[in-house]
Design a protein around this ligand. Sequence first.
Ligand SMILES: Cc1cc2nc3c(=O)[nH]c(=O)nc-3n(C[C@H](O)[C@H](O)[C@H](O)COP(=O)(O)O)c2cc1C
Length: 366
Amino acid sequence: MYALLKPILFKLSPEKAHDVMMNTLAMCSKNILFRKVLNHLYGSKVPELPTTVMGLNFKHPVGLAAGLDKDARAFQAFSAIGFSGVEMGTVTPLPQPGNPKPRMFRLEQDRAIINRMGFNSGGLQSFLLNFQPHSSRVKNPSIAGINIGKNKITLNEDANEDYLKALRSVYAKADYVTINISSPNTESLRELQGEEPLTQLLKALSEERDKLAIEQNIRKPIALKIAPDLSKEEIKVISDLVITYHFDALIATNTTITRPDSLQSHDKDEVGGLSGAVLKQTSTDVIAEFYTHLKGKVPIIGVGGIETADDAWQKMLAGADYVQIYSGLIYHGPEMIRDIVKGLQIKTKKYNSLAEALATERSNQT
Ligand SMILES: Cc1cc2nc3c(=O)[nH]c(=O)nc-3n(C[C@H](O)[C@H](O)[C@H](O)COP(=O)(O)O)c2cc1C
């Protein structure tokens, strides 16, 4: 089905194609009949491979990465096509337009994307109005993640307030919340990954989450999403901090500002974050480095260049318990969810669970 649609979509500019798809999925999200069609075409064909990460029960280990559904317009449609988790956002407290267009580039020969969107979103208020969670009657629902960021006009020294405000606003509606300090497209944002500001931010968020857990009588997991462009020392510092402040997961990785020599496509020198096939090895290496510090204490969600079950498996062997995709979906369509889960099922069939398979296979590697 996507094979028929893709040539038409790829004739449009990347952002136009994105808007057409998102408008269609937003419409499907609101209509039970369309959701049933999507589920019949895609979601119903994805097998189950249950896994528990951050204390949440996912029906299989493949989710949608943040950035596609920035305004929470299509949660139910993404769920119907088979993702076990849908991470919406990044949403900022106030609405903001993002960077001037063009700001999204398809590097077709490299099966990659460069984007410098700049956290364009309608802001928290409209996000929360848009978001339609599953009704309580849905069996085995997809997990809803909400990814939060700071506004462009907010100075880094005031960033904590933006994150705290966003955490408070989304806490009741999210199954988990991701703190995004790793987009390369908001000036100086990635400086928040430094030891001093990160300590202050994670401490403040952890205390706020504890307060919210008491007030709302439920402890929601929080995850930290990091960049791939980190040194070994920075990885060690971040690992210690997510352990100290009881974060529930680390999401590795966001897009990279580096440009591998192998890039072929015309737009390879556009400014922004690079994602897709060419990010795969870098992000797997970053996951492996984090795993040497986090082992068992904080789970890792692996993202970056995943196109096949083998790619997902490599990230899992490196230390990821769950994976997410974005660029692969644009190049290969929703059928890839089924193919990845089926492939993982085959790789793990001699074990009682995915967790058991990973524990054994990872220890066989060392
Ligand atoms: C157009 C575009 C927009 C993105 N926007 C966000 C975002 O708002 N927040 C975020 O955490 N990650 C964002 N990402 C990063 C993805 O979530 C993911 O981490 C990255 O693309 C690597 O995965 P992939 O190679 O499967 O695409 C964006 C990626 C793309 C391509």
